[in-house]
Design a protein around this ligand. Structure first.
Ligand code: AMP
Length: 362
């Protein structure tokens, strides 16, 4: 495969904190980054002089951007497919639009996982309030109704514990295509991030544990408090998904670990995938020789992978909304690695930064 040497320009679709931290990792290896995003106050715009501010449907701007860079990657899995296709006509795009087609749709990703033998929670597609009313009669409750597309951090999700007003639940979910998922009484949630190059080489980070509050990731603990055999199994699931999907770049897989194997014999169920850097991988910046962001740069530039083995155990806390006001105290704590995203406006639940506490040798 072609190696892009330092000095080359990496285009990034999206300008949030994931793009910002990717740009910083790229700069460390001598690469330039060019951000494409619609907003003007995006965190990544503060760390690189090259940007294109335009809408996702501005075909001319997308093509000009792609013509000005050597390779394109992304930090947001919901970039419209048409935009990805416009970019891919001018520059190598990693991951491809085909991967994103699967990752943008909860039904597509669960169907794909099942096809390759990976367990998921039981689910059924719901297209209207009438279909939801029908499903409530036969689908085991409790269940969660989610929008199939564009959902994140619990947005577009409604828990249904007993047959209730389907029209209300449908509206609350967003009233667009939905998925009804069996509620999983999990022992814990884990995630694995795997990096894959175009020639098929892969490196996976260890399984780590995620604790959500109000559906938003609050804390990641590395390593996950699960038996080593299960942790290996989680990594195998991640590798298999990355390989079968043909991901080039990163793939993050969020999984539920069950107390006992479920009805289909699986102890680990895939919940969601994201083919980009992931919040649950932020700890790698401070606890591993090679961070997830640097591994992404290496993957899309065709460089040898860095060692993903951690040197330290770690606990990462997201700084959500007004948590950011504690930054002076956090700076005084020992073994605390503080990361602030430079966002001007604080909103409830908004990811403003994170802090990783190093907890001693791995
Ligand atoms: P998601 O947007 O699918 O990642 O969901 C956000 C969080 O909601 C997950 O990390 C879980 O904590 C919880 N959740 C989502 N789906 C389910 C489910 N089927 N059963 C139990 N909890 C769930």
């Amino acid at each position: 495969m072609k190696t892009l040497p330092p000095g080359s320009i990496i285009g990034i679709l999206g300008g949030g904190q994931l793009a910002r931290m990717t740009a910083l990792a790229a700069a460390r290896l001598g690469y330039q980054t060019h951000i494409f995003c619609p907003g003007k106050d995006e965190p990544a715009l503060q760390v690189t002089p090259l940007h294109t501010r335009a809408a996702w449907d501005d075909r001319a701007a997308l093509q000009k951007f792609a013509g000005a860079v050597d390779v394109v990657t992304l930090e947001w899995e919901n970039v419209p497919i048409a935009a990805l296709e416009a970019v891919a006509r001018k520059a190598p795009l990693y991951p491809s639009a085909g991967v994103l087609r699967v990752a943008q749709d909860r039904i597509a990703e669960k169907t794909f996982a099942r096809k390759i033998g990976i367990g998921t929670t039981d689910f059924t597609a719901i297209h209207s309030a009438a279909e939801l009313a029908q499903a409530m009669k036969s689908f085991p409750l409790p269940a969660i109704l989610k929008s199939t597309r564009m959902g994140y951090d619990g947005k577009g999700q409604v828990k249904i514990s007993r047959p209730t007003d389907p029209a209300k639940a449908w509206k609350e979910m967003g009233g667009k295509a939905g998925i009804l998922e069996a509620f999983v009484d999990f022992a814990c949630e884990v995630s694995v991030i795997v990096a894959r190059r175009a020639d098929g080489a892969m490196e996976a980070y260890p399984a780590i544990e995620n604790i959500h509050r109000n559906h938003i990731l609050a804390e990641s603990r590395a390593p996950a408090r699960i038996p080593p055999a299960l942790a290996r199994q989680a990594q195998q699931i991640a590798r298999k998904l990355a390989q079968k999907l043909g991901v080039v770049g990163l793939l993050a897989i969020e999984m539920f670990v069950l107390k006992n194997p479920g009805a289909h014999g699986h102890r680990i169920l895939m919940n969601e995938i994201a083919p980009r850097p992931h919040n649950s991988g932020h700890w790698t910046t401070d606890a591993c020789a090679t961070s997830q962001f640097e591994q992404l740069v290496r993957a899309v530039c065709g460089l040898p992978f860095g060692d993903p083995a951690p040197h330290s155990r770690a606990v990462m806390h997201n700084l959500l909304g007004r948590d950011i006001e504690h930054w002076p105290d956090l700076l005084k704590k020992s073994h605390a690695c503080v990361h602030l995203y430079g966002k001007a406006k604080t909103r409830k639940g908004r990811k403003m930064g994170h802090v990783t506490f190093l907890k001693g040798a791995w």
